[in-house]
Design a protein around this ligand. Sequence first.
Ligand SMILES: CC(C)(COP(=O)(O)OP(=O)(O)OC[C@H]1O[C@@H](n2cnc3c(N)ncnc32)[C@H](O)[C@@H]1OP(=O)(O)O)[C@@H](O)C(=O)NCCC(=O)NCCS
Length: 161
Amino acid sequence: MAEADLDALVAIDAATPPPSWSREAFAHELSVAQSRPCVLEDGRRRVVGFLVWWRVLDEAHLQNVAVSGACRRAGHGRWLVRALLIAAARAGARRVLLEVRADNAAARSLYAATGFADVGRRRRYYADGEDAVLMARAAPRLGARAAFGGPRWAVAGRMRP
Ligand SMILES: CC(C)(COP(=O)(O)OP(=O)(O)OC[C@H]1O[C@@H](n2cnc3c(N)ncnc32)[C@H](O)[C@@H]1OP(=O)(O)O)[C@@H](O)C(=O)NCCC(=O)NCCS
């Protein structure tokens, strides 16, 4: 993720209400030492998705992930979460954690499909009164990298090391 990506990231994030991050919030991630942003591009170098996670001690925290509306259900979300899992394992994280709106069926299904389980709930966590569901899984063993397949068409991921 770089300054040049910001417009695309805000557009992707804003396309699914409620938008979660402003331009300033994305820009802030570029300056946070523990932030590990990843941008997914298609074969024409258009940004089609992003994922931001934080390394916190021996844990990885998924902060935000989204795929462009026109590109969903093509495996990109799964690719991004797998990229997170591999990167977290490489960084020495033992556990990967996230929180998700209870009413976000697509994201909860994506996380369940990538090995996360519900581990808690924060009542009325979001501004509109919706609950947050806490999900977690162990970081994969590094040998699991072999299972890291890409989406069906040409993409390139850029993740800050
Ligand atoms: C959640 C999101 C990132 C998924 O991205 P995606 O590229 O469409 O996901 P994938 O194609 O990789 O799907 C992987 C799995 O997730 C689940 N999934 C994805 N979208 C789904 C939907 N609309 N309904 C139900 N399950 C869904 C399925 O289990 C799917 O596996 P399958 O295709 O074999 O059935 C995308 O819907 C999105 O950007 N949503 C808006 C932002 C958001 O809510 N982010 C989460 C913040 S916590």
